[in-house]
Write a protein that binds this ligand. Structure first.
Ligand code: NAD
Length: 426
């Protein structure tokens, strides 16, 4: 494909994770039999913005950070996607994540396109004041390309509802009017939707419950291992525990804890708030992240970062349901190894889409200035995700392809149909 050839020598773009997003696309597109020129049009990002962000640090020194906003595709609606603060953020990573957001919107059948943003920084080493300055400067820099009808950021790794509040305020100061719909994942007092905070984890738990029915696995007493204990990992573990499952191991970037009889999730979360180190939690044994991924369990939840299961450790994965709460946690080589095993894989674009679905609800509520009850939100989210799950499962059976390829085929096809019917401008 020309797009690939044209950019292959651009190291900022062509990171392994972006390569992975392209290869996944190429595999799905081959089965959809889309003409090559259309495929190139669909995969090419609409717009990539790179900005430099000078800010004054607390010690009085000036420091310049680099930020990105990539709008991959807006055929179905305005761009939608998180904003990540992490030291490894690159244009390639942000573009891969924006691309997956496009297929996710298509698969969920919601009127939103795909986008993503990021700033290369280490938020753990920055003060609240420095993070506020960085966020406001970034918002000013990307101001021309965001807005309720253009592109709507949300939290991702390293950002939260406070970050969204700063973006909403900076944007509103520049437009001169209160603009709730410019971001989602805001604090409730500023028009944040009920249910948004826990939406991704709740959605992960729903898809796991759905998969468990398909393989006749009772959730009551099912053993669960969770990698990553941030927003997604915590809420997934909490909801699964509420459904009767037993969480036997949990980790974060500093290491993990294990107890074959189960770990109480809310006390562990409380402990993690006070001391990021999990491994001194009572009645548990310390476990490394490497060991955790090979623990025998019924359900393995990946809820940290991309590229965690690779050709080096995929053969050791020992679960019945493999749930991608994180985006891109499984390398292409690992995908092939997992396919050989008797594992039900729930791909990221299906598994973690509860966040974008409730973000869609928040965007709608913001534009109407009319807010819904939590029960309504949960019910509507479950309906959208169940439909997407069934559609993906049915296609995977019909076409004899994995759940990932089936989900991608549905998402890409919906975007392609919208692009064809809209046609070319000019
Ligand atoms: P977060 O920053 O709240 O949590 C990330 C967690 O992963 C932290 O506990 C961190 O310590 C841990 N972690 C990092 N590296 C690790 C490693 N090597 N081993 C074990 N743990 C590690 O982020 P989040 O919002 O929970 O997002 C997690 C993943 O889910 C990301 O891939 C993100 O893109 C994806 N996602 C998030 C949302 C959302 O609504 N927050 C929606 C869809 C997808």
């Amino acid at each position: 494909m020309n797009f690939e050839a044209d950019h292959r020598d651009n190291p900022e773009y062509f990171t392994p994770i972006y390569q992975m997003a392209l290869t996944q696309f190429n595999q799905a597109v081959k089965l959809l039999q889309l003409p090559e020129d259309c495929a190139e049009w669909i995969i090419s990002p609409d717009r990539c913005m790179m900005v430099s962000l000078p800010i004054r640090m607390d010690d009085g020194k000036l420091r310049t950070f680099y930020g990105y906003r990539v709008q991959h595709n807006s055929a179905l609606g305005p761009g939608k996607g998180g904003l990540r603060y992490h030291p490894s953020v690159t244009l390639g990573e942000v573009t891969a994540l924006a691309t997956w957001m496009t297929w996710k919107g298509g698969l969920m059948n919601i009127p939103l396109g795909g986008a993503k943003g990021g700033i290369r920084c280490n938020p753990k080493e920055m003060s609240k004041n420095e993070l506020e300055n960085l966020t406001r400067r970034y918002t000013a820099a990307i101001f021309p390309i965001i807005g309720p009808g253009k592109d709507v950021p949300a939290p991702d790794v390293g950002t939260d509802s406070q970050t969204m509040a700063w973006i909403m305020d900076t944007y509103s100061m520049q437009t001169g009017f209160h603009t709730m719909g410019v971001v989602t994942g805001k604090p409730e007092i500023m028009g944040g939707s009920l249910g948004r905070m826990e939406a991704t984890g709740l959605g992960v738990a729903h898809t796991i419950a759905h998969a468990a029915k398909k393989i006749n696995l009772p959730l009551e007493g099912a053993t669960v291992v969770v990698q990553g204990f941030g927003n997604v990992g915590y809420y997934t573990a909490k909801f699964l525990q509420g459904m009767g499952a037993k969480i036997i191991a949990v980790s974060n970037s500093l290491g993990g804890v294990h107890n074959k009889n189960g770990i109480p999730i809310d006390p562990l979360h409380q402990h993690a708030q006070e001391d990021r180190q999990l491994d001194n939690f009572p009645d548990t044994e310390k476990i490394t992240n490497a060991k955790l991924l090979s623990l025998k369990c019924d359900i393995l939840v990946l809820a940290a970062l991309e590229n965690q299961v690779t050709e080096k450790n995929a053969s050791k994965v020992n679960c019945k349901i493999y749930a991608e709460g994180a985006n891109g946690p499984t390398s292409l080589e690992a995908d092939k190894i997992l396919e050989e095993k008797d594992i039900f894989l729930i791909p990221d674009i299906l598994c973690n889409s509860g966040g974008v679905v409730v973000s869609y609800f928040e965007w709608v509520q913001g534009m109407q200035s009319f807010f819904w009850e939590t029960d309504d939100i949960y019910k509507r989210m479950e309906k959208i995700m169940n439909n997407a799950f069934e559609e993906t499962y049915t296609l995977s059976q019909q076409e004899k392809v994995g759940m990932r390829t089936a989900g991608l085929m549905i998402g890409i096809k919906r975007v392609a149909d919208a692009m064809m019917v809209r046609g070319l401008y000019p």
